[in-house]
Design a protein around this ligand. Structure first.
Ligand code: KMH
Ligand code: ZN
Length: 284
């Protein structure tokens, strides 16, 4: 079976230190978090950045300083430089223009959200005209998108964008399941049932790679379902703050290490950064 790419979503936009002290906010904290996540087996870092007050930011200077600090911390530890994937999702309420702007820094990859949805008690707005503007910005920048799919209609939107010639293969897809307001990984009585996931994967445009990001309590059970199916896995404090029920994770690295151990137990090798670049067809 293919090797497992572990993505670590270290920070996100919605949480604060009040939720968990393990949340990295400053560039230095993000550098340490990314370094330790890579050491534990992550090959992709999904990156949101914060301003000087700790609030969510899409400022270029904030992305720039976080990337520099991550690269510096990783180089100092003699580890391979991970694939850095910027968020163009930002925080709920952020304007598309500001969400697009960091593509000009030419990260290895960036997220591409495929539809408006309820997001907990908020609304995550991705209008169809905005998504087309985003697709054109991806094309112009040459940055490789990762398509975030929270619901079935988002998959249909990806097919629409392909038909319109606005996105190019290969299609890297992340099924982000378990957001209140989006699709769940399985019905509440069927924990561990792969049927929904298998259906979603069966609908993907080719050629594709796919992974899962289970939100909150779904993080680990969804990984358990996806790993034997050949899917990749995203974990991290952005998505889930617990290592097990009621116990806060000490760090992003602890969440990564847990998935790496799970994968090895299931007989699936964890991808190195070099492996991940090959699997994702990214430039070395
Ligand atoms: N913060 C969420 C509203 C992404 O990074 O692309 C959206 C998000 C998705 O985190
Ligand atoms: Zn994100």
């Amino acid at each position: 079976m293919n090797k497992l790419i572990i993505t670590c979503a270290i920070t996100g936009a919605e949480l604060s230190k009040e939720h968990t002290p393990a949340l990295p906010i400053t560039p230095v904290e993000q550098g340490i978090a990314a370094r330790d996540a890579v050491k534990a087996g992550a090959s992709v870092i999904h990156l949101h950045v914060r301003d000087d007050k700790g609030g969510p930011s899409q400022e270029l200077s904030h992305f720039d300083r976080s990337v520099k600090e991550i690269r510096r911390a990783i180089q100092e530890a003699n580890l391979p430089q991970p694939i850095i994937q910027f968020s163009t999702g930002g925080a709920v309420g952020e304007k598309m223009e500001r969400r697009i702007a960091p593509l000009s820094l030419k990260p290895d990859m960036a997220s591409f959200n495929l539809g408006t949805m309820n997001f907990g008690n908020d609304t995550f707005v991705n209008t169809r005209p905005d998504m087309r503007e985003l697709a054109k910005a991806f094309m112009a920048s040459g940055v490789i998108p990762e398509f975030e799919i929270y619901d079935l209609g988002h998959l249909d939107e990806l097919h629409a964008l392909i038909k319109e010639g606005l996105v190019r293969p290969p299609y890297h897809v992340q099924f982000v399941l378990g957001v209140p307001g989006g699709a769940l990984p399985y019905l509440s009585t069927e924990a561990g049932n792969p049927k929904r996931l298998e259906f979603l994967v069966s609908q993907l445009p080719s050629p594709f790679t796919w992974g899962v990001a289970g939100i909150g309590r779904f993080e680990r059970p969804l990984a358990e379902v996806a790993i034997p199916l050949g899917g990749h896995v995203r974990v991290g404090i952005e998505d889930n703050i617990y290592i097990r029920k009621g116990v806060l994770a000490e760090s992003n690295a602890q969440l990564v290490a847990d998935i790496a151990e799970l994968a090895r137990g299931l007989g699936r090798e964890v991808a190195s950064v070099e492996d991940a670049r090959t699997l994702l067809e990214l430039k070395k």
